[in-house]
Design a protein around this ligand. Structure first.
Ligand code: AMP
Length: 433
């Protein structure tokens, strides 16, 4: 196994990585960092959650810090193009963390906010620019940004760029880059549109493929607890009596439900916060920060609000309500067992949620073991999955028709259309859809 110390990173970078608690590089880091440090182009077929951000951020930081050069006015030495504002902010945060001892300037360029602060930040040039395509192109056209001196270009999530209709913008941006540059491209899947980009963008590149796919689920200790709707709250209290249930995300189907759960937990002395779409961005961020800092033990979230939550060290995910879409289950439980830690997912299932449970089991191709060892267990609730067996194949083909829950119809969709694109996955030895 490769160690970080063997990758040839300069001390200020290894120090930052160590401070983050990373001991071993993920496969994409081990494979990508050495050729990137040599200046090679790289194609990384890997999705979010593999550690790919550090895989490109560390060599870029190293290059910029060791080959000191002034950025040209309105320019950037490294450009990272990513499809969404959330990803841009996440990547920017990661650059800040990994680059805290090298002191480089960075700018984040995305739509949805005033352009003026962004224009001011780039006026004298920056070392690192992280951008979404639309706003970047806009600022280029207004002559606020000039990419002619970019040394390293990263195209992140190329398949999503394609899905979201950004490929023309991407091509227009690439046309403004100098031909002599180092290029990195990442994509979770390789549809045709992406393959053709590879050929125009990359030169003599190293191809790294991180086989992902559906094993996240395997590293997470999953259980289902059968309980009546009315007893779910008490069951949650019961579970929280265990101190090992230390950092928990509880999923609620509705915003109202999320508020109620959080309030009741607060009343019973459990520090908790709710995040959902009705809360302002500020309130959500505050709640999330408190959760990350360990000041809040339980974060109660709806599926939408939970997108983009990337918190290491979540010990448990509790599905207070089962999701209507089985893919959401995989995204939800992927919030635990991050960064190669183990994690646990507990799903509460009442009599009306059995079909959702079955749909989830079909999605993950295994049965979720029943935990009856709690005071609120309802005997016989899951019984009509008569074929419930221990093995992953036990229900394939054998599931009664009436059990077919919601969520059919997504099968056969390419994986890149199923993802929400957030950092919900941890596929280097486990991973979610
Ligand atoms: P990604 O979104 O693919 O860049 O990976 C994101 C998550 O993996 C972040 O939460 C990182 O903090 C974490 N991570 C990245 N590299 C490592 C590593 N070598 N060891 C442990 N965690 C890591």
């Amino acid at each position: 196994m490769t160690l970080f110390s063997e990758l040839g990173l300069i001390e200020p970078l290894s120090r930052a990585v160590t401070a983050e608690g990373y001991t071993t590089p993920t496969p994409i880091q081990a494979q990508a960092i050495p050729p990137l440090l040599q200046g090679r182009d790289v194609l990384g077929i890997a999705q979010t959650g593999t550690g790919k951000t550090a895989a490109f951020a560390l060599p870029i930081l190293q290059k910029l810090a060791t080959e000191k050069r002034r950025a040209t006015p309105k320019g950037a030495r490294a450009l990272i193009l990513t499809p969404t504002r959330e990803l841009a902010c996440q990547i920017a945060d990661d650059f800040t963390v990994y680059g805290k001892h090298v002191g480089l300037r960075r700018a984040v360029i995305h739509g949805g906010v005033s352009q003026n602060p962004q224009v001011n930040t780039v006026r004298n040039g920056v070392d690192i620019m992280i951008a979404t395509p639309g706003r970047l192109l806009d600022l280029i056209e207004q002559r606020h940004i000039d990419l002619s001196a970019v040394e390293v270009f990263v195209l992140d999530e190329a398949d999503r760029m394609l899905d979201m209709g950004f490929i023309r913008d991407v091509r227009a941006i690439v046309a403004r880059l100098p031909v002599a540059r180092q290029t990195l491209m990442f994509s979770a899947t390789m549809p045709e549109g992406v393959t053709s980009l590879v050929n125009t963008l990359l030169r003599n590149f190293v191809r790294i493929e991180i086989t992902p796919q559906s094993t996240t689920v395997e590293r997470i200790d999953q259980k289902v607890m059968f309980v009546t709707r009315d007893n779910k709250r008490r069951l949650l209290d019961h579970i929280l009596q265990d101190g090992a249930v230390a950092r928990v995300i509880v999923f609620s189907r509705t915003k109202h439900g999320a508020n109620r759960i959080a309030e009741q937990l607060q009343k019973s002395g459990v520090r908790s916060e709710a995040i959902h779409g009705n809360k302002s961005q500020n309130a959500r961020q505050k709640a999330l920060d408190a959760f990350k800092a360990g000041n809040v033990r339980v974060l109660v979230a709806t599926d939408i609000a939970a997108r983009g939550i990337d918190v290491d060290g979540v010990t448990h995910v509790v599905n207070f309500d089962l999701p209507m879409e089985p893919e959401s289950y995989v995204h939800r439980i992927g919030r635990t067992a991050r960064a190669s830690a183990d994690g646990a997912a507990i799903s509460f299932c009442d009599g009306e949620e059995i079909s959702q449970l079955r749909a989830i089991e079909r999605e993950i191709r295994r049965d979720v073991p029943v935990d009856a060892d709690h005071p609120f267990h309802v005997e016989g609730l899951g019984a009509h999955g008569a074929g419930r067996g221990p093995g992953p194949k036990s229900h394939r083909g054998g599931r009664p028709q009436q059990n077919r829950g919601p969520g059919r119809g997504h099968k056969g969709k390419p994986r890149h259309q199923q993802r929400d694109g957030q950092r919900s996955e941890r596929p280097w030895n486990n991973h979610a859809a």
